[in-house]
Design a protein around this ligand. Structure first.
Ligand code: ADP
Length: 590
């Protein structure tokens, strides 16, 4: 059954109250009026009896039609009128049993019929039987309210005449005043009740409104909402229960968030339309943004092509268990590697979205990589030590001999060219040996303070730059590192030589920027050459990877190795539009 609305219920109660109030008011008024009537009746009976004893019955009995002009009539009438005035009644009259007047202080002439008495026959008959009686309130011939009493005029022969008296209009005036006051009192109490009801409705409505607003905010997920309704009644209890319920929800949410937040793995969940509904602190850290909630997962991963592709396959319901995904260009670009896993989110047996977990395995992969390369290097080092010894000395002698040939062959163009080529190849081989020595870690570090901008300028100045290529070195002198100068210069030389080779055909510029940042010293080498194709970025740091016909493929491996030896990191970036940028980050000396 549908319950009536609160307002309607209150209106009904108010209506009932009004009706009860009216009924009670009418009852009280009736009782009062009856009591007054009875009291007045008794007084009138008394007066009528008093006047009856004073009536000269033989004389009055003789008055007939037209006798009103008689002097005797006038005298008797005047006496009766004086008695009536003294007794405080409006009118007194003497009438016979046929209801015809004999004497009247009012307007009726002797012999006139008193029609108004027809309505009071019972009381008239009672008086005629010797017992004076008062009427109830009745309407007179002129329509006004009346109350009368009748008493017998006793003679030896019995009752022949009767005396009637009518109450004064003052009585009816006070009766009317009483009625007015009762009505006024009723109206006033009704108004007070109505006002009180209105106040209660407003107060109750306002408190219920607070409860309702808190519920609707909490339903929309705003758990800061509180009803804060005071009072010991049901509404107060409802408000307190609601506030306690929201506080419990907040507790549960915070607990859930703390569990999610303390997980090392990044966790994300979406609804069926792929919009993110849950993201823990690790997810925000890993993706580098705070506004994950409420956004499509594909949009959130838009800056990470590999992760984006993984997520699209997962959202389409594809196989996605245990894939490894590169973020920020992966390891070669100084980015990260995550082990990604996606599974359907199932609620009440139905697919409700997607759950995605990303575990950062960068350090693990770096360690593995280092361990692998160390193993390789150790093996290589053992072999290379002997080899280098065997090659370096004969090569040095060979270069001296070739150099000695320069003077005798000075005038001969063709042999001279062959000699130059032989010397160039010899120098390349010497460079390779030097690279290899560093790469295989065969040289111990010789540490000293190195002023980086100065070192970079010295390296740049030693290279033969074609006119179409400009090289600039920026950075305040004095930005220094404690490092092996030869190794550091070697690494810078390799980077600048790569840039120079990338620009030789088309021309362009190379910028070296040395800067001190928070806790690190950064050296950036950027060129606006053709850049590195995306598919090669991952491989250029591999030893012996080269795209040049006369390249060794050891240049960048050495840069990487030098950084490792100095506790630094290397980051490679090559935007789609061209150009290549190498950022070397060293821990700043304390
Ligand atoms: P090498 O210079 O002997 O080839 P590196 O290890 O120095 O060996 O370089 C590996 C590869 O990386 C190069 O062959 C080239 O394809 C690429 N590379 C390095 N630096 C640049 C650059 N500044 N611009 C374009 N490609 C580059």
């Amino acid at each position: 059954m549908r319950r009536p609305a609160f307002g309607a219920l209150l209106l009904a109660i108010l209506g009932l109250l009004t009706a009860t109030e009216l009924a009670l008011g009418t009852l009280v008024y009736r009782r009062l009026r009856e009591a007054l009537e009875a009291d007045l009746g008794r007084r009138l009976v008394h007066v009528s009896q008093l006047l009856a004893t004073g009536v000269d019955a033989p004389l009055v009995d003789q008055f007939r039609d037209g006798d009103e002009a008689l002097a005797a009539y006038g005298i008797v009438r005047e006496r009766l009128a004086a008695q009536a005035r003294a007794a405080g009644v409006e009118r007194a009259y003497v009438f016979d049993r046929a209801l015809a007047t004999r004497l009247d202080t009012g307007p009726k002439a002797p012999g006139s019929a008193l029609y108004a008495l027809l309505a009071n026959r019972l009381e008239v008959e009672s008086a005629a039987a010797g017992r004076a009686a008062a009427t109830r309130l009745y309407r007179g011939e002129d329509g006004s309210l009346r109350l009368s009493a009748f008493a017998p005029v006793v003679r030896e022969g019995g009752v022949g005449l009767l005396v009637g008296v009518d109450a004064s209009p003052d009585f009816f005036a006070s009766l009317a005043a009483l009625r007015r006051q009762m009505l006024l009192l009723g109206g006033a109490s009704l108004a007070v009740a109505g006002l009180a009801a209105m106040l209660i409705v407003r107060q109750v409505g306002e408190r219920l409104g607070r409860v309702r607003r808190a519920v609707s905010r909490a339903t929309r997920g705003d758990l800061t909402a509180r009803a804060e309704v005071a009072g010991a009644d049901e509404i107060g209890a409802l408000g307190r229960d609601l506030d306690a319920m929201i506080a419990t929800m907040v507790d549960a949410r915070d607990h859930f968030a703390a569990v999610l937040g303390s997980l090392e793995a990044a966790l994300l969940a979406t609804d069926t339309s792929g919009v993110v509904t849950v993201a823990n602190a690790s997810a925000r850290r890993l993706l580098g943004r705070d506004d994950l909630l409420g956004r499509p997962l594909t949009e959130v991963c838009a800056d990470e092509p590999a992760l984006g592709a993984f997520v699209r396959v997962a959202l389409a319901g594809g196989q996605t268990a245990g894939a490894e995904v590169a973020l920020g260009g992966g390891l070669p670009a100084g980015g990260r590697v995550v082990a990604a896993s996606a599974s359907p989110l199932v609620r009440s047996g139905e697919r409700a979205g997607l759950a995605l977990s990303l575990l950062d395995v960068t350090e693990l992969r770096l360690l593995e990589r280092r361990a692998r390369s160390n193993e390789r290097l150790a093996a290589l080092g053992g072999m290379a030590g002997g080899l280098l010894h065997e090659i370096r000395n004969p090569l040095a002698s060979m270069m001296v001999y070739l150099d000695l040939l320069r003077a005798p062959l000075a005038g001969e163009a063709e042999p001279r060219e062959v000699l130059d080529r032989a010397i160039a190849d010899g120098e390349r081989l010497a460079r390779f040996l030097e690279d290899f020595q560093i790469f295989a870690g065969l040289r111990p570090l010789r540490l000293e303070t190195v002023d980086l901008p100065r070192a970079a300028r010295a390296v740049a100045a030693a290279l033969a730059w074609p006119p179409a290529v400009a090289c600039s070195v920026q950075g305040e002198d004095g930005v220094a590192l404690v490092a092996d100068r030869r190794l550091l210069e070697h690494a810078l030389r390799n980077l600048l030589r790569n840039a120079l080779e990338a620009l030789t055909e088309r021309g362009g510029r190379v910028d070296v920027v040395v800067a001190r940042e928070e806790g690190v010293v950064v050296v950036g080498v950027t060129d606006d050459g053709p850049g590195i194709p995306a598919e090669e970025v991952e491989r250029i740091l591999d030893p012996l990877f080269t795209t040049k016909s006369r390249g060794t493929g050891l240049g960048l491996s050495i840069v990487q190795r030098v950084l490792e030896l100095h506790g630094g990191t290397l980051r490679v970036e090559s935007p789609a539009g061209g150009g290549a940028s190498f950022r070397l980050r060293f821990p700043a000396p304390s």
